[in-house]
Design a protein around this ligand. Structure first.
Ligand SMILES: Cc1cc2nc3c(=O)[nH]c(=O)nc-3n(C[C@H](O)[C@H](O)[C@H](O)COP(=O)(O)OP(=O)(O)OC[C@H]3O[C@@H](n4cnc5c(N)ncnc54)[C@H](O)[C@@H]3O)c2cc1C
Length: 318
């Protein structure tokens, strides 16, 4: 049986920072992720985006933030491609994870749960499916091509802005209004190689001489169709998240998110939660806020595990 002071479920930005902060305080830490790479939503959805609201970084690319968070983790043991399914409580109050790892405390940083993209609701052939993508993990696939981006939220807008630096973009949304930042929409409208098609829905996609023909239907106009020739389709309809295991573990939820105390404690003994997985009045899903929650949780875990110790709060002393 492998034994640790702390297990963290989720290696999104918040789980990664929590693990490094736990390292600083000398906790023997193991971190799990269902995905085969660390970085959570940043890695899956916007590795190329310039993030502008991380303190002390006027602008930092998503993938750079993730790699620096990883670099800070000097002593964490990472177990990737492992979706945690079961937690149980032992007589000594320790927690058993998937019948294999025994830990003294558990920190849940599972974001919105294990990801699955919402798929394009059109029947397609295998040849076409090779050109339908649900993430921007490999932006080089789209370089110097004609790309249709489907969706109207932040991901669609961010992906369009990013890919417009190398490619011709059709941004297709079923409503006239986008759900993302107005400044992004205005920027896209000003670019010559970006065409915004609203309110349109994809109706059909077929291959013609190795090029895809994407047929779009104007919402509310029964006979209004346009066809665009594209090389790749990037679908940004969002993700279905699966956090059903939280219920199985007996965690108290509030609107499908974990209810926590001001100490980031859940209703279960020695189980804490942080990041987008949690809720409390006024919370916003932002990275910097999650970093602070990680510090609150780890500080309280230290007090929980070592009540006799006077905890050094700061990373270095003068
Ligand atoms: C398009 C977009 C742009 C954004 N831009 C910004 C921005 O500019 N600034 C900002 O501050 N925030 C931004 N955000 C929000 C930010 O990405 C999130 O707040 C942040 O990712 C939350 O981090 P997290 O670690 O809590 O969760 P996540 O990033 O969701 O990571 C959770 C991880 O847990 C794993 N997991 C889940 N269940 C299990 C399980 N049972 N077992 C193992 N692993 C599991 C998942 O695979 C995932 O890797 C943006 C979000 C989106 C979608």
């Amino acid at each position: 049986m492998e034994k640790y002071d702390l297990a963290i479920i989720g290696t999104g930005p918040i789980g990664l920072f929590a693990a490094s902060f736990a390292n600083l305080h000398g906790l023997k830490t193991i971190s799990f992720d269902a995905l085969d790479e660390v970085g959570g939503q940043i890695n899956m959805l916007y590795p190329q985006k310039n993030i502008k609201d991380i303190p002390a970084f006027p602008s930092i690319k998503g993938e750079k933030l993730v790699s620096q968070l990883l670099e800070q983790n000097t002593n964490t043991k990472f177990i990737l491609s492992h979706k945690v399914k079961e937690i149980s409580f032992l007589e000594n109050e320790n927690i058993l994870i998937d019948k294999t790892y025994e830990v003294k405390s558990l920190l849940i940083a599972t974001g919105l749960g294990a990801f699955k993209p919402k798929t394009l609701p059109l029947s397609t052939t295998l040849d076409i499916q090779k050109h339908i993508h649900y993430s921007m993990q490999h932006p080089e696939i789209f370089a110097n091509k004609k790309v249709a981006i489907l969706g109207g939220g932040d991901s669609a807008l961010d992906w369009a802005l990013e890919l417009a630096t190398t490619s011709d973009i059709f941004l297709i949304h079923r409503r006239n209004e986008f759900r993302g930042l107005e400044s992004s929409v205005n920027k896209l409208k000003s670019l010559k190689n970006v065409e915004l098609l609203t309110p349109y829905l994809p109706k059909n996609v077929q291959l013609n001489n190795n090029r895809m023909e994407l047929v779009l239907h104007k919402v509310g106009a029964s006979q209004d169709f346009v066809t665009k020739n594209v090389d790749e389709i990037l679908v940004a309809y969002g993700f279905k998240s699966d956090n059903r295991q939280l219920r199985k573990w007996g965690i108290k939820l509030d609107h499908n998110l974990i209810a926590v105390s001001q100490q980031m404690h859940t209703n279960l003994p020695h189980v804490y939660a942080i990041g987008d997985a949690i809720t409390y009045p006024g919370r916003v899903p932002m990275i910097a806020l999650g970093f602070g929650e990680a510090q609150i949780a780890i500080s309280n875990i230290m007090q929980d595990l070592f009540p006799e110790k006077t905890m050094t709060l700061h990373s270095t002393s003068i």
